[in-house]
Design a protein around this ligand. Structure first.
Ligand SMILES: Cc1ncc(COP(=O)(O)O)c(C=O)c1O
Length: 361
């Protein structure tokens, strides 16, 4: 296997090439995408929008911003749309007011924060949260660390890959702390659609030092189309919009976003399915010898191996069965024993449990 095989989630095209099979033949538990796929109306909306590819897209994503604002109960001026939240993660270090260009990453964390900071000439440190505490945030430790002179804090909520949800009251305290210490906070809520009531979107409107990042590729089920957005104070949002390249969100992605948002029933069905399947999968995997499964609030679960196998060995043994999982050895704060699996439909989850059961028993 290529050394990159397990370094990122969702590498189905590369893995399919290596195995000599079609991407559709891979059961991909490594990327955490809505198991129901996009809402039924999305493919028709994208097909209908195809006639518009002869035009440049609406650069300001006017209609989609209006729809997102309605969806969240905000003003359109408080929303900016981008080509996946990754585009925003890469842009924002260039815009955040900085004295020392030092960032603190609450870990384990999505690897693109570090990549983006590297590319923008920032230095960064990790604040590793401990598996033994369930990845709890220690406010005193955070305060003491921020005193060392940081300009920027990245926090994923729910955490990825930990799955840990930090409740709104806790995030509010964290934002107070950041404000007092002159730190700008980027709250990555890429998976918050699964627990919307804990979103800090409203807090962001009333504060100068925070932006909330959201993704439409996971919950809405179309990572191949690329769509994300930021929420926050209109003046910050305006600045982000001015720095995005023009036309970064194509007509097909805009159409998909509108159709996905419009289908509230599909969203509800997704939440219900994922909540039920997450409990089922956590219980079944938790019964396998040596495995610890951490509680998660989104559509993935973090696991820790206790026996002799490492997560990479497990992943390599699952691959010939065309099952792909995410090893977590390259996440700061985790090690070779950690892996992440997406919550999929019951039949698919059963295949995973059976395959892992045979390998671990
Ligand atoms: C925590 C987190 N944030 C952001 C992203 C980027 O999502 P996208 O660029 O598809 O919107 C990912 C993708 O896996 C993620 O896991």
């Amino acid at each position: 296997m290529n050394s990159d095989t397990f370094q990122h989630g969702g590498t189905v095209f590369a893995v399919a090439r290596q195995l000599g099979v079609a991407p559709e033949e891979i059961l991909d538990f490594s990327a955490s995408i809505n198991p129901l796929g996009p809402a039924p109306g999305v493919s028709g909306a994208v097909a209908a929008a195809f006639s518009r590819v002869v035009h440049y897209p609406d650069s300001g994503c006017h209609e989609l911003r209006q729809a997102l604002a309605r969806h969240h109960g905000l003003e359109a001026a408080q929303v900016v749309v981008a080509n996946g939240s990754t585009e925003l993660i890469h842009l924002l270090p260039r815009l955040v007011p900085a004295r020392s260009r030092r960032a603190l990453l609450v870990a384990p964390a999505f690897s693109e924060y570090a990549h983006a900071l590297d590319l923008s000439g920032w230095r960064y440190d990790y604040l590793p949260l401990r598996p033994a505490t369930g990845f709890a945030l220690d406010k005193e430790q955070l305060a003491a660390t921020l005193d060392q002179g940081y300009d920027l804090l990245f926090l994923g909520n729910p955490g990825n890959p930990s799955g840990r949800l930090y409740c709104l009251a806790e995030v509010e305290q964290l934002l107070d702390l950041c404000r007092d210490k002159g730190v700008f906070a980027l709250l990555d809520e890429a998976f918050m659609d699964f627990c919307e009531e804990e979103s800090a979107k409203r807090l962001a409107l009333a504060r100068d030092n925070v932006l909330v990042l959201r993704s439409m590729t996971k919950f809405y089920g179309f990572p191949g189309l690329r769509l994300g957005y930021a929420l926050g104070k209109a003046e910050h949002i305006g600045k982000v919009a001015r720095h995005l390249p023009p036309w970064s969100v194509g007509v097909l992605a805009q159409a998909a976003g509108l159709a996905g948002l419009a289908d509230r029933a599909h969203g509800e069905e997704t939440r219900q399915l994922v909540t039920g399947e997450r409990s089922w999968l956590a219980a079944e995997l938790g019964r396998l010898p040596g495995l610890t499964i951490f509680p998660g609030a989104a559509n993935y679960l973090l696991g820790e191996m206790g026996g002799e196998l490492t997560a990479t060995m497990l992943a390599e043994k699952l691959l010939p069965q065309r099952i792909l999982i995410r090893t977590c050895g390259n996440f700061a704060g985790l090690g070779e024993r950690f892996f992440r699996v997406a919550v999929r439909s019951r039949g698919e989850n059963e295949i995973l449990v059976r395959a892992m059961g045979e390998l671990l028993s």
